[in-house]
Ligand binder design. Sequence first.
Ligand code: PMP
Length: 408
Amino acid sequence: TPPLDVAALREEFPILAREVHGKPLVYLDNAATSQTPRRVIAAFEEYYGRYNANIHRGLHTLADEATAAFEGTRETVRSFLNAGDSREIIFTRGTTEAINLVANAWGRANLRPGDEVLVSRMEHHSNIVPWQLLASQLGIVVKVIPVDARGVLDLDAYRGLFSERTRLVAVNHVSNAFGTINPVREMAAIAHEHDALILVDGAQAAPHQAVDVRDLDADFYAFSGHKVYGPTGVGVLYGKAALLEAMPPWQGGGEMIQTVSFEAPTTFAAIPHKFEAGTPAIAEVIALGEALRWIEGVGLEAIGAWEGQLLDAATQRVSRIDGLRLLGTAPHKASVLSFVVDGAHAQDIGLLIDQLGVAIRTGHHCAQPLLAQFGVDATCRASFAAYNTLEEVEVFAAALERVIGMVR
Ligand code: PMP
């Protein structure tokens, strides 16, 4: 029996009732974007219908209500990550912007030519390119943590990459391309032994397992709203207070200042506001709070256990398909089934299976260096969320067999 009431839970997601090409939607692209429950959608209606106002600066009722709801989400996120202080929670546009904030605010202030940043081969491009930009602009060196044939990070090689110039490790908690769960707690301890910091890209971990930034001892941790049953356009950067306080601002503008003058130096607001220039995505932040409370109501342990069952069932089922090769066979995986099929282009499979109502992702998943190591430029990726069912796994696998028969 499933550890959660999936049928009841599905009722909360209006989109799951729709059809695609006359077939019931089977949504297996959750690693790209998860769907939103009614209470998250309702948060937008409530905000724009009742208390839409700019935050922090108004002394009127609507502004107070909006500010309270916005800052309330900061506390919800703090608790979701088990951070010690809500000032350590910065709202961004998403994981990408969170990483760029660290690269630009912390990186530009702390990195000198020849300093080294360790990045794994299985990173999403958003945790590669910001460091490459700094390499070309500041002369820092990006070193690559290798990945083995199962899609597992090589920890011995990781240890060997450190030098007295290593300043930061940038690694994902869970790979979006293969689903590998990385030992970030151990990696953080190793980084700290070498006086380096660690930034964890948690975009694919936050939806599937409880995250405790203090237990991990992560210096920075990032995730996106639209992968945790919340809206697009909002994400989170957690950073240890002492680090954030010592960092200069990144973007300048309203909200992030204390006083602005042409005659004296402009002074900046305290954290977290120092890093939140301009009007934020207020409704999205408030709706993200609803999404995280929804997750907590269901329970991440139950969600992770159920997704594990779905992944196991799907892995066994598609392994029977002739000529199908799974990519990423790590012993510890979350949610993601990535594969290629002999004689069938990933793109063709994606397009044809959509005709049968099944949404999967095909392409490089913004992880070209990882795919290149495995000799492919695209895979098919099915990824699971709490609301998926074993019946959907079977519909997907049967549709896949049919599609492969058509293109071969
Ligand atoms: N990192 C990982 C591991 C991801 O899966 C994603 C989204 N695919 C990102 C970063 C980027 O997130 P966003 O596009 O929400 O900024």
